[in-house]
Design a protein around this ligand. Sequence first.
Ligand code: SF4
Ligand code: ZN
Length: 286
Amino acid sequence: MKCKKCGKKAVANLRAYRISLCADCYVEFYKRLVERSIKKYKILSKEEQILLAVSGGKDSSAMASVLKEIGFEFEMLYIDLGIGDYSRDSKQKVEELSDLLKVRLNIVELKDYGFTIPQARGRVCSVCGTAKRYIMNRFARENGFDVVATGHTAEDIASFYLKNIAGNQQAFAEKLLPRIEPFDAKVVARARPLFEISEKENMLYAILKKLPFKSGECLYAPKPDWKEIVYDIELKKPGFVKNFVRGLTVEVKKPSETRYCSICGEIASGDICSFCKIRSKFSKSF
Ligand code: SF4
Ligand code: ZN
């Protein structure tokens, strides 16, 4: 198999694009893909202060590296969730990435808010999601960032969308756009620069660029049922995932009335925000 661009030995056969590429041409191809996507959907601008949420996994490592290559300036944020070896190893990878890219790394420890993820027993991922969203938004706003970028992939978005549509949860489905503008001064814009990039594409880029990343899932990761459905369709219909996420054109409705948490002052849907409700369960002095 030869590279379609330069004729050297190909390392990747990208079925969604019907093209085989060598290592150098693949790295360039990937960079162009992300750059085109960012321009087309106005996901990020070089004029804004960008905070990248990084987990230590392949997707966020690839995101940080490619954004640097494209010429974006940013800082990174790692949230230490306190999940034993997993958090320790992930933090180490993120620190290596920060050294490699020469990008400032900020670290927030969830334990400073009074609890860690393993204490959330039973509702671990739901508590974790609430905590990460809360900390990302608050850290970004309090430190003068305009936008928080996360490494969600096309498969993340397609599987999350299908799961929520199947459960008739359209309110969640709205959250899966390439960029969401803030509806209130307390909310920072959210961006997903890898919105139409697949996990395999990120993995290959991360390997070819020799980026530090942690392989292996968090021990609390749920069974990837919906993702497996997405992988199956992609296998039978190459290009499905990209076309699917490109077709998501839901409009994000502003809440009719914005409310603020009576404890921390952040956005809330009731009197107390979901994060403070969680914290109150873990801290008697709260
Ligand atoms: Fe958090 Fe669940 Fe992801 Fe682990 S799998 S990092 S607990 S959301
Ligand atoms: Zn609160």
